[in-house]
Design a protein around this ligand. Structure first.
Ligand code: LLP
Length: 425
């Protein structure tokens, strides 16, 4: 069932008309559907029924604490990559022993906070990081649970900027160095080896790369155990793609992914850890925006909307496709027009879509950009001093603002004119 659908000729999020949200909250804003988050989480988690598994939602995809609290209630863990994300996960009620800490550049302060909280595991990406973690843990009289993120040299991921599992990428311990890394970890008093970790990329639209990575890691686990290491968990990262509604290949459903993982790991005797981000959040949110102007150019028409690349960076950064549609269902005989859909920012890259044929729109009409729940708000900025836009969570017939739009005064409050430039303005 779709939770962003037309009712009475108007697009709704669950039971709430988007025009009502636009009126109450203003545009642009992100709108999320609780029911969709819940469905995605359940479908994903249920595909691993029968095996020991932790679903550690990748907080970076959508880190709003209300979203995290929604998932926490369903039993989700969290994959965090900073002290900030760790704080969010804990505040949202995700138990520390369901939190995994990933990332190539954890600071000592972040390590300390995570050890203090008692997280499940640090996914360590280099020997330098391992040694720093050992120092921090021993200075606190603690032992840090560790899995190495190994780099399986597998090609995966929809875009060069989000492919991570190749050996030229900055991520993970080189495959050839994995065994010596585990040997060093075993010799350090502040480190306890608990598992192995990989993450091969994002928006992956086929199962083969996962299969290749799982097989390689399976062999590594055998080798490591033969060398006396205790390997209890296998974290396979995130990366399963979602349909964006364009002509790109439709990624396999979680049920097929789950069946593959179950089949390939059946004899490994490990707890599986998953770090899905996009799969849970991507199609749980839309970006709601208003048409500011229709500008008739020389050879094309521009639909200038009030959302811009600072609100949703994906099209500018990855040439990503986000389907756009009007909030009001057009009459059957509505004239069609072809638009380049653009935002108000002073860069040509501030273009959501080129040459989109759609029913004619006018200034004041509401539009949505679909599949914007993952890496949308989380990657937004205040470029051009455009305030971060509100996030709204719908739950049935209710909705709540879960991030407010700051005023310009609030944005400027943290900036200061130094004394040599004269008295405060
Ligand atoms: N685990 C690790 C270690 C990761 O680095 C990531 C994503 C995930 C899990 C979650 O991956 P997912 O299930 O969402 O594919 N901003 C880009 C995507 C960057 C992904 C970064 N890492 C985009 O908008 O497409």
């Amino acid at each position: 069932m779709r939770h962003f659908d037309f009712k009475n000729g108007e697009l709704h999020a669950e039971e709430v008309a988007l025009s009502k949200i636009a009126r109450d909250v203003g545009t642009p804003c992100y709108v999320y559907s609780t029911a969709t988050f819940e469905r995605h989480y359940r479908v994903f988690a249920e595909s691993f029924k029968g095996i020991k598994a932790l679903v550690a939602y990748s907080v970076k995809a959508n880190s709003n604490i209300a979203v995290l609290a929604t998932l926490a209630k369903l039993g989700a863990g969290a994959d965090v990559v900073s002290g900030g994300e760790l704080a969010r996960a804990l505040i949202a009620g995700i138990p520390a022993d369901k939190i995994v800490f990933s990332g190539v550049g954890k600071t000592r302060a972040e390590m300390r906070d995570a050890l203090e909280a008692g997280i499940r595991v640090f996914n360590v990406e280099s020997l330098a990081e391992l040694r720093a973690l050992n120092d921090v843990a021993t200075s606190m009289g603690k032992t840090a649970p560790v899995a190495f993120r190994v780099n399986p040299d597998v090609t995966a991921g929809g875009h060069e900027k989000i492919s991570t599992g190749k050996k030229e990428n900055k991520f993970g311990i080189a495959w050839s160095k994995a065994e010596s890394a585990y040997a060093e970890a075993a010799s350090l008093p502040g480190i306890q080896i608990v598992g192995v970790d990989v993450h091969i990329g994002s928006q992956i639209d086929q199962l083969d790369p996962f299969e290749a990575a799982i097989r390689k890691v399976g062999d590594l686990i055998k080798t490591l155990r033969a060398q006396g290491h205790k390997i209890e968990s296998f974290d396979i990262g995130g990366g399963l793609g979602i349909p964006y509604g364009n002509n790109a290949k439709t990624p396999p459903p979680p049920s097929e992914y789950g069946a593959l993982v179950k089949r390939l790991t059946a004899n490994m005797d490990v707890e599986m850890i998953f770090e899905p981000g996009r799969m849970i959040a991507g199609n749980s949110g839309i970006l709601l925006s208003e048409v500011l102007y229709v500008k008739e150019g020389e050879d094309r028409n521009f639909l200038i909307i009030d959302a811009a690349m600072n609100d949703l960076l994906r099209p500018a950064l990855y040439d990503a496709y986000h389907d756009i549609e009007g909030v009001n269902l057009p009459p059957r005989d509505a004239p069609q027009n072809t638009y380049d859909v653009v935002g108000p920012i002073c860069e040509s890259g501030d273009t959501f879509m080129k040459g989109r044929e759609m029913p004619q729109l006018s200034a004041g009409d509401l539009v949505v950009l679909h599949s914007a729940g993952a890496y949308g708000a989380a990657q937004s900025s205040q470029y051009n001093t455009r305030p971060l836009i509100p996030e709204v969570l719908v739950n049935g017939s209710e909705f709540a603002v879960i991030r407010e739009r700051p005023s310009i005064a609030e944005i400027l409050k943290s900036e200061h004119i130094p004394h040599w430039l004269g008295p405060k303005l």
